[in-house]
Ligand binder design. Structure first.
Ligand code: HEM
Ligand code: HEM
Length: 367
């Protein structure tokens, strides 16, 4: 494991070792607090000791801090390793400083929230802390899983952190309110939080695997684990589809071709690494896209090659792109016909797009 892998484990380790045990304690004390209150209201006494309420509150304070803390750790990891700090460019300096300041402001707001007494200041610091987390969460590099937001570890994580901040902010109201309105609000919100925490445990474990084990195994077991090298993808036995694709490309190669434009792929979605050269070539009367020998894209399901009007496609509609077909291979040279009647200059970007999850892997601007 390298430093990046170890840093990536800090967040899951903290979640499993610190946060989830605290959740267990807080929920147990919450249940006892409620039982004690109801029993005392009914019979005037209860066998549950009076300390459960204050203890729930005390450990609840820790829970808020730890949930916000691990959320910030996860986001910091993603921004640092996959966002603007990766391949840092000096033109991004202002944004980098702003991001660091928002981190500091978010932590400071949380600290002040613990100390604030009046409703106004609790409201202000809770809002600032929650806003800080949300703004940081929407920085480049953070994996939000927008194509499957309903099972997104990121969105559930934000909800959990915000619910904990609300719990902390309304503590005095829970105590002051004789009608139990705030107690009921607190209980309802945090019963929902328990479901969100369960979802975090499941989605977090799934995200640790990233690419399912069954998929990794068949590739990784071919590798030399001692030397950490794997057989070159091109020297492996080619699948029948790739064989057909390669053979059908040979006549094209033999005829010779003129390069009309070319460009380098850049990765659009962090983590979906795409690189290499793309060219628009003239072969007889046909115009084709050629992906050069140095092309490689991360493997994925239902991956298409297309021409798009935008370099960083915001959407895929009939007006803004032309489909060239399924990506024939995730590495190496390959050719795609541009349909007749289509002028590539109207769509000057060669784009690799995972249609299933609507994720743009990479794009190459044709110059
Ligand atoms: C999963 C998280 C949580 C759950 C499920 C939960 C649930 C509950 C429940 C059921 C009660 C008793 C309500 C009643 O008397 O009917 C309660 C009380 C309370 N909770 Fe929580 N809570 C959680 C987190 C927190 C956090 C994070 C804080 C503070 C930072 C907090 C502060 C309080 C306070 C101050 C009370 C009143 C205690 C007393 O009566 O002495 N809770 N909570
Ligand atoms: C209260 C519990 C948790 C909260 C609030 C939480 C929150 C978050 C947030 C906000 C992210 C940022 C999304 C991103 O940058 O990709 C994240 C990422 C992640 N979390 Fe959690 N998480 C929790 C528990 C867990 C658990 C239990 C695991 C695994 C056992 C886990 C594993 C991960 C992984 C693998 C990532 C992705 C990091 C990456 O981008 O590579 N999380 N979490």
């Amino acid at each position: 494991m390298n430093a990046k892998d170890i840093a990536g484990l800090i967040h899951p380790i903290l979640a499993v070792v610190v946060v989830f045990p605290i959740i267990g304690i807080v929920v147990n004390l919450a249940w006892q607090t409620r039982q004690r209150r109801l029993q005392t209201a009914d019979h005037g006494k209860s066998k549950i000791p009076p300390v459960v309420g204050p203890e729930h509150r005390k450990i609840g304070n820790w829970l808020t801090g730890s949930v916000v803390g691990i959320t910030l750790v996860a986001i910091a990891y993603s921004i640092y390793f996959k966002g603007i700090f990766k391949d840092f460019k000096s033109k991004n300096m202002t944004l980098a400083i702003l991001i660091i300041m928002i981190f500091i402001a978010t932590v400071t707001s949380l600290v002040f929230l613990y100390r604030a007494q009046t409703k106004l200041w609790r409201g202000v610091f809770a809002t600032l802390a929650a806003a800080g987390i949300i703004v940081l969460g929407f920085q480049e590099g953070v994996y939000r899983r927008d194509f499957e937001w309903a099972v997104s570890h990121f969105y559930y994580g934000l909800i959990a952190a915000v619910l904990m901040i609300i719990s902390l902010a309304i503590v005095p109201e829970i105590y002051k309110d004789r009608t139990h309105k705030w107690r009921k609000i607190h209980t309802a919100l945090n019963c929902f939080a328990i479901i969100v925490f369960l979802a975090q445990g499941m989605t977090g474990s799934r995200d640790l695997l990233e690419i399912s084990l069954s998929w990794q195994e068949k590739h990784l077991y071919k590798c030399d684990w001692q030397k950490q090298t794997c057989p070159d993808a091109k020297s492996q036995t080619l699948s029948p589809e790739i064989m057909v694709a390669s053979i059908s490309n040979y006549p094209t190669l033999a005829q010779g071709n003129t390069v009309l434009a070319s460009g380098e792929f850049v990765t659009i979605t962090p983590g979906e690494d795409t690189e290499g050269t793309a060219e628009i070539i003239q072969v007889g009367s046909k115009t084709q896209v050629r992906l050069a020998e140095n092309f490689s894209a991360i493997e994925g399901p239902a991956v298409r090659l297309l021409l798009h009007k935008e370099n960083r496609p915001g959407s895929y509609t009939a007006e803004n792109y032309v489909r060239l077909g399924d990506l024939k291979s995730f590495t190496g040279e390959q050719f795609y016909d541009i349909p007749e009647g289509i002028n590539w200059q109207d769509y000057p970007n060669v784009v690799v797009w995972c249609e299933k999850f609507d994720v743009t892997f990479g794009s190459a601007k044709m110059n």
